[in-house]
Design a protein around this ligand. Structure first.
Ligand code: EPZ
Length: 425
């Protein structure tokens, strides 16, 4: 089993390049199934979720040409199967986009239930609601989702009970090739939703309103590749490096990012005492004092993203008084606070609220990465701590961060990746 050993404390300084957005790429890859012929994708992040997706697409009959680790040409003209095994789909969350992508093209679809970070119950009732509204029959049984149709999907009005990124993505995928007009309301507005719509529109889809509360889709007969498509920079990777720069009282220029997408994080970093300078496609973060304790409430975009609260918690753990995080999206996203307590943090987490009584210093300790973003938070904690922090279960981190050790090392971090005997073996 591999672990990271983070030698602290250190001050991050220099430039870092942001990779393509994981949560956009894992929707755009299955979206290529809607396109007749080839799709040329650029700025694809080289992460394990993407490699897992490519494996699934190839199992369906896709031909994938790897121009480089970040550039793919996917030819789905030979896709003949609409069955994705639970063994492959359970490795990550976004495999459920295959439902929306395949039901327009096949009359019978079988997709293994998804996996993903353990953040509490992760229902898919809204995904099913959307597909049924469009005319599909959907059944969940023995670890699979079965979707079927006897005639082409028809446009419908869909009003989501909750704001859901995944359901919004799946509804867009299923409605793109349906007959008639679909209006979807109470939708998610994250940058990756807009990126999926932009990708599909670049192939001839007619999707309006992505990024607003209402999305209107006029179904089209087919999509064809017009040009290559470059995936947007990753909002959460950008935020992760912004927080790491502030936590280590460093001076970091984050390049190839979209400052507009970072507004909720920028606002909170400034409140905590960081200096944030925005440029055309880069952001500079500097900090020279102990963080001011702040309060954070996670909300759907453009609110403060839930995927940034573990990373931000390191600033609150070191705050000059008492700060709070209220988590409104996931029932169980504070497991990482037990790990920070091993490093000397003083946190009380109950239900959806965590109270952080700031301490002067954290100390290195053996900690676990409970999930992808909590794992990134453990690295940041190790960077600010006195001594060595051993982070285990790093496979979570590698699902969503490309070359994270190399990127941090270029900024002055000292992180070793070691292999240890797995006790269970
Ligand atoms: C996406 O998950 C992201 N994953 C998550 O990021 C992120 O935390 C989440 O959106 C919120 O921004 C990907 O994009 C692959 P949701 P998703 O549907 O789509 C409830 C990361 O670290 N809900 O927006 O699964 C749900 O319980 C990951 O990159 C239903 O009730 O999240 C939650 O309370 C972790 N019924 C809320 O909606 C449904 O059918 C938001 O979930 C679907 C969701």
């Amino acid at each position: 089993m591999e672990k990271f050993v983070v030698h602290g404390p250190c001050r991050l300084e220099g430039e870092v390049y942001i990779s393509g957005a994981k949560n956009a790429a894992v929707a755009i890859l299955p979206a290529t199934l809607l396109v007749k012929g080839k799709c040329h994708l650029e700025n694809v992040p080289d992460i394990s979720d993407i490699r897992a997706y490519c494996k699934i697409l190839e199992s369906l009959g896709s031909k994938i040409e790897y121009i480089s680790k970040n550039e793919l040409i996917i030819d789905n003209s030979g896709v003949t199967s609409a069955i994705a095994s639970y063994e492959l789909t359970s490795k990550f969350r976004a495999s459920y986009y295959l439902l929306g992508a395949l039901i327009g093209r096949f009359d019978k679809v079988q997709i293994g239930l998804p996996g993903g970070c353990k953040l509490g119950a992760r229902p898919i009732d809204q995904h099913i609601k959307a597909l049924k509204k469009l005319g599909a029959k959907v059944v969940v049984r023995n670890g699979n989702v079965y979707a079927s149709k006897t005639e082409p999907l028809k446009g419908a009005n869909i009003f989501f009970d909750v704001v859901s990124v995944g359901s919004t993505m799946n509804a867009i995928l299923a409605a793109t090739l349906s007959e008639g007009t679909t209006v979807i309301e109470n939708v998610a507005k994250e940058p990756h939703i807009v990126d999926l719509a932009n990708f599909l529109n670049s192939m001839g889809a007619k999707i309006k309103g992505a990024g607003t509360d209402t999305i209107k889709i006029t179904g089209v007969k087919e999509l064809t590749q017009k040009s290559s498509y470059s995936i947007i920079p990753d909002q959460i990777e950008t935020g992760t490096f912004m927080v790491a720069a502030a936590a280590t009282k460093g001076d970091v220029l984050i390049k190839n990012c979209i400052p507009k997408h970072m507004e909720p994080i920028t606002a909170k970093l400034i409140e905590a005492g960081a200096q944030v300078d925005e440029f055309e496609s880069s952001i500079r973060v500097t900090m020279d004092k102990r963080p001011t304790s702040i309060s954070i409430k996670t909300m759907p975009y453009p609110g403060f993203p839930t995927d940034m609260q573990p990373q931000m918690s390191i600033l609150l753990a070191l705050g000059d008084s008492t700060g709070t995080i209220v988590e409104t999206i996931w029932e169980s996203r504070f497991q990482y606070t037990d790990e920070l307590a091993k490093m000397g943090a003083d946190i009380s987490a109950h239900g959806s609220t965590a109270i952080f009584r700031g301490v002067e210093q954290l100390y290195g300790a053996p900690v676990k990465a409970h999930d992808l973003r909590a794992g990134a938070a453990m690295i940041i904690a190790g960077l600010v701590a006195e001594g060595d922090t051993e982070v285990s279960d790093i496979h979570h981190i590698q699902r969503g961060y490309e070359n994270i050790v190399e990127k941090f090392s270029k900024l002055g971090a000292k992180i070793d990746c070691i292999t240890v005997e797995d006790k269970d073996e």
